[in-house]
Design a protein around this ligand. Structure first.
Ligand code: DP6
Length: 324
């Protein structure tokens, strides 16, 4: 019998226009489109093998067996693949990250992107990129954006079928870098999935969503025209708007630490002084500082001087999820 096994790797991504809140949380249909860039050099590598000897799915992440909710989420994706491929075998899923978890980089995006690609390939399915992005989305919304290459837009669509991500520009279109200023490690108290569910409790979420198409247009155009000034303004506004929603949710979600704010203020003052640099922050305290790759060494050196910055992780623009 043919071995039903495949390995895939995918990078995490950083969102410039954020995904926050779902119109259907079971299907992860987002309230608005989002735009991101893949992070080069960071990846999750996952092998999926469907095996007759297994009675249940098994999940091993960074050499540790994972059970409970984490395994259920993975089994949900495997079930969809099994249904479509007509396979009745359980799978072993072995996954490794080359970047630290709890470093402010969403590991679920890279993880579910690599899982979706490896599982469909292992099952012998020949799916187009859009279908794999859609499957990754069902595991973690932002994972849909780690399937296509470079700069990516996840379309909210009208339903499950047309809700997936597409590349808007390849990695070599614009040599940007993400310098992640780590100001705290350890796991966050409220994960993104619970956070999305709280978004509608903020009176500001409706305004954030109503204005999303405008911000998306500005961000998309700034990327296509490599217009850093416009890009910087819109990604900071979008990040601030998401955090305003978080801070005004019930219960409140407040992710910033004093050092988060110190980096935000410093980045703004560097930009006033002529440096091309901008910040964006996900559901955690660490600050993603975006700049042209030519400024990366200087930005990193400057960031080391900001009180409270413990470490800095660097990444360029990454390619698509791929096999092997
Ligand atoms: C703040 O994709 O991690 O990083 O769909 O529940 O897995 P789930 O949530 P997730 O949410 C990401 C939220 C964000 C913004 C973004 O990446 O767009």
């Amino acid at each position: 019998m043919k071995t039903l096994s495949a390995t895939a790797q995918a990078s995490p991504n950083i969102a410039f226009i954020k995904y926050w809140g779902n119109r259907d949380s079971a299907l992860r249909l987002p309230a608005n489109n989002s735009i991101s860039m893949n992070l080069d050099g960071l990846f999750t590598r996952t092998t999926v093998s469907f095996q007759p000897s297994l009675g249940v799915d098994e999940l091993i992440i960074n050499d540790r067996e994972v059970t409970g909710k984490g395994l259920e989420r993975v089994s949900g994706i495997l079930d969809l693949v099994r249904q479509t491929a007509g396979i009745d075998l359980r799978a072993e899923v072995v996954s490794e990250n080359n970047f630290p978890t709890g470093a402010g980089i969403a590991s679920s995006a890279a993880a579910f992107a690599a899982l979706a690609l490896a599982a469909t390939k292992a099952a012998g399915l020949q799916w187009p990129e859009s279908a794999i992005s859609r499957l990754a989305r069902l595991g973690s919304g932002s994972a849909s954006r780690s399937i296509p290459s470079g700069f990516v837009e996840w379309k909210m669509g009208t339903g499950d079928e047309d809700c997936y991500a597409v590349s808007i520009a390849p990695p070599d279109h614009w040599a940007l870098a993400d310098c992640v200023a780590i100001v705290a490690t350890g796991h966050k108290s409220t994960g993104s999935t619970e956070g999305h569910a709280l978004a509608p409790t903020s009176p500001l979420q409706a305004a954030r969503v109503a204005d999303a198409a405008r911000r998306l247009d500005i961000c998309r155009r700034a990327i296509l025209e490599r217009d850093f000034e416009t890009f910087a303004g819109i990604i900071e506004l979008d990040s601030d708007m998401m955090h305003a929603v978080m801070m005004t949710s019930q219960p409140q979600l407040f992710y910033w630490k004093p050092a988060t704010l110190a980096v935000m203020e410093t980045v703004r003052s560097w930009r006033k002084d002529g440096l091309q640099v901008a910040y964006t922050i996900d559901a955690g305290p660490n600050v993603h500082v975006i700049c042209p790759q030519t400024e990366m060494a200087q930005v990193t050196a400057f960031l080391r001087e900001v009180p409270g910055v413990m470490d800095i992780l660097q990444a360029g623009v990454g390619g698509p999820a791929r096999l092997g």
